[in-house]
Write a protein that binds this ligand. Structure first.
Ligand code: FES
Length: 131
């Protein structure tokens, strides 16, 4: 997966982020919804001065329902799977057995811009992440 030519996409600027307020975007293409979140606590794969900005595919790994961010977790309303955004999207409840795919981010300190640069894990419904 890591050898795929992932696009580099600007997702947000750190000045516009608030703790606990999710930012929706699409990555690596327009058919793949994702969410960026500033958690307010250090996270695995987190970027920014506090190491707390992470992003994930928002398609549940069970059957592809949209997950939503609430109270420091991603929750799927279809069968109540839950994923931990501070721990690489680890699933800890419900039907999903695969972790939520994590979007690899890069923070540019000079501008405050945050870019998406790759995906760890396979996005639901795909045979490869970059089609
Ligand atoms: Fe999310 Fe089933 S689709 S738990």
């Amino acid at each position: 997966l890591t050898s795929q030519p992932y696009p580099r996409v600007k997702v947000a600027n750190i000045r516009n982020l608030r703790v606990g307020e999710p930012v929706s975007f699409n990555y690596p293409d327009e058919h793949s919804p994702a969410v960026l979140i500033k958690l307010g606590e250090r996270a695995y794969g987190g970027v920014g001065p506090d190491g707390d900005i992470v992003a994930f595919s928002s398609l549940c790994t069970h059957m592809g329902c949209p997950v939503s961010y609430s109270k420091k977790r991603f929750v799927c309303a279809c069968h109540y799977s839950m994923f931990d955004p501070a721990k690489n999207g680890q699933t800890y409840q419900g039907h999903a057995s695969e972790w939520l795919p994590q979007i690899i981010l890069r923070f540019e300190p000079s501008t405050g811009d945050i870019y998406a640069e790759g995906v760890e894990g396979l996005i639901w419904g795909r045979v490869r992440n970059v089609l």
